[in-house]
Ligand binder design. Structure first.
Ligand SMILES: Nc1ncnc2c1ncn2[C@@H]1O[C@H](COP(=O)(O)OP(=O)(O)O)[C@@H](O)[C@H]1O
Ligand SMILES: [Mg+2]
Length: 373
């Protein structure tokens, strides 16, 4: 799959641009604060339905304007799709595929698959459990249409249940009601845990292999899924539900005392371990970077396998921070894939990619010029 054309209107600092992309390699070169990350963000946004910078939708509209608009034309095995999204300050955003408005934005999910490499990927290792949950959510949402729906539902249930826990002492009838919310929480939460468990089992195997290679056969990477229920013995739904239920029953009083839900996938985490040590605390910066890179490269493999197609790869300002070996590994990995690379310095990058078929663009203050070689 690849993006043929990208059109933006009032998207952050782009007033109006239309660009034809190369099927394989595309380089966007520009100084700081010219719009490189904005461009990557726009492609991500129209494909996934959110910003990878976790900005609010209204921040994506150009200052002083009321609406923005993104359109891409994507090709997949001779089939062309046109995807459009308009974000309006006062209304909900609207998506269209081939001119037909989507009733639910979740219908978008999985049509264009994206893997983005950015300096923030390091948060996967260094950051909070919430950063790792965001990673899981974006990745699994791309692969499993039902997952995004479950997340939304779980969030609502959690909010209601927390409200109830806060007020439960005021009315004894509420105990019966709490049991009803328990059931909803368990039903939806267990499915989320099952999806995450399945995904982590996959990425664990693949990333171990990649990290081993990248580290010159010196480092063993392993990943452990630490659910908000504790460790899982197996991934069967009935087992997860049972475990969830027991946790809630055993901790009824604690939850009421604290007025908050203390167990469930909203507290999940992944432990990322390099040579038996938790990398969050004990790895060097270089090791962390390699681990993050291994996880991201694994995503490409997982998408390929599940979708029988290549994702589109976005590299936002990451090549300059990798050493030669990791850089060439990454570039070899994405040889057959449409890749959009941004960078501030060109000479190094251009000589590295000298032989390849590519398009080069310069970004300057929201304007893009295409340099024809
Ligand atoms: N909503 C917006 N409207 C107009 N300009 C914006 C908006 N949001 C960010 N910008 C501008 O975009 C620029 C940053 O672009 P960015 O893509 O992050 O730069 P870089 O090229 O360094 O990756 C800044 O100049 C910022 O003021
Ligand atoms: Mg940037």
């Amino acid at each position: 799959m690849y993006v043929e054309n990208l059109y933006l209107e009032n998207y952050r600092n782009f007033e109006k641009i239309s660009i034809e992309l190369n099927e394989k390699l595309n380089l966007f070169i520009g100084d700081n604060a010219q719009g490189k990350t904005n461009l990557i963000e726009a492609i991500f946004y129209i494909s996934i339905g959110r910003s990878f910078r976790f900005s609010k939708d209204s921040n994506l509209i150009m200052f002083e304007k009321d609406r923005n608009y993104i359109k891409i034309k994507v090709q997949r095995r001779k089939d062309t799709k046109e995807i459009e999204v308009e974000i309006n300050k006062d209304k909900n955003k609207t998506y269209k595929i081939n001119k037909v408005t989507l009733e639910k934005n979740s219908e978008l999910v999985g049509i264009v698959n994206i893997v983005v490499f950015s300096p923030d990927n390091l948060d996967l290792i260094k950051g909070s459990p919430g950063d790792r949950r965001k990673f899981l959510n974006i990745e699994i949402s791309q692969l499993k249409p039902k997952y995004k729906y479950l997340l939304k539902k779980y969030k609502k249930i959690l909010l209601q249940r927390n409200n109830l826990l806060k007020t439960i002492n005021e009315n004894t009838n509420n105990y019966r009601l709490l049991e009803v919310w328990d059931e909803h929480l368990i039903e939806t939460g267990s499915q989320i845990i099952q999806y995450r468990n399945e995904f982590i089992n996959k990425i664990k195997k693949i990333s171990k292999k990649i990290h081993w290679e990248l580290s010159g056969e010196k480092e063993k990477l392993s990943i452990i899924y630490k659910t908000g229920l504790g460790l899982l013995k197996n991934g069967e739904l009935d087992y997860i539900k049972e475990k969830f239920k027991n946790k809630l029953i055993e901790n009824r009083e604690r939850e009421i005392e604290r007025g908050i839900t203390l167990y469930g996938p909203h507290l999940d985490d992944m432990k990322i371990i390099i040579n038996s040590k938790n990398s969050r605390y004990y790895s060097s910066q270089g090791q962390k970077r390699t681990a993050a890179l291994s996880l991201k490269l694994s995503e490409i493999d997982i998408i390929r396998e599940e979708k029988k197609d290549n994702p589109i790869v976005l590299l936002d300002d990451v090549l300059s921070e990798l050493d030669n070996k990791r850089r060439s590994h990454l570039l070899k990995y994405i040889e057959e894939v449409q890749t959009i690379i941004t960078s501030t310095d060109d000479s190094d990058l251009l000589s590295l990619l000298d032989e390849k078929d590519k398009k080069i663009f310069y970004i300057n203050n929201g304007k893009i010029t295409n340099i024809i070689e």
